[in-house]
Design a protein around this ligand. Structure first.
Ligand code: SME
Length: 151
């Protein structure tokens, strides 16, 4: 399924007030992991109150030990500070990287803003080398903009 086909499904999930926010976020992870071939681990991290750390939220994929990530650490921790998308075509070329699984070759992290504040992010790992394009960034920005409305 391509990104344009996925967008209405993202909207349907987000607008389903019959489910809790957590359930909807998990459904989004399931949708993306199932229908985008190069998405192999899909999850959300959120800022832990006023603490400078991220806490793992709903996700789909292998369980990770990294349920709390300090700001500045790894790709996720860097995005918490930079407020910018981070596309990593080759994780082995990154010094500041937290490995979750040896199968992961690439990663993309896109921040989520509420009232202009960076409150979390969507994090995607891929087992395919260098799989992400501008289209992934635009699509994930779309997903994050929808998620913002229910946080
Ligand atoms: N690789 C991430 C850690 C989170 S896992 O991918 C689930 C990072 O470097 O921040």
């Amino acid at each position: 399924m391509n990104f344009e086909q996925l967008k209405p499904q993202v909207e349907t999930i987000v607008l389903n007030t019959g489910k809790t926010v957590k359930e909807r976020l998990l459904s989004l992870c399931e949708l993306l992991e199932k229908h985008v071939n190069h998405y192999n681990w899909v999850g959300f991290y959120f800022r832990n109150g006023i603490k400078e750390e991220l806490v793992l939220g709903p996700y789909v994929g292998e369980p990770t030990d990294h349920t709390v990530i300090p700001f500045g650490k790894g790709i996720c921790g860097q995005v918490a500070i930079s407020n910018q998308n981070f596309v990593v075509p080759d994780v082995s070329a990154q010094d500041n990287y937290i490995a979750c699984s040896i199968t992961v070759k690439a990663e993309i992290v896109v921040p989520i803003f509420v009232d202009g504040k960076n409150i979390g992010q969507i994090d995607i790992d891929s087992n395919t080398p260098d799989p992400f394009t501008d289209a992934d960034e635009r699509f994930l920005e779309f997903v994050c903009a929808k998620v913002t409305k229910i946080l």
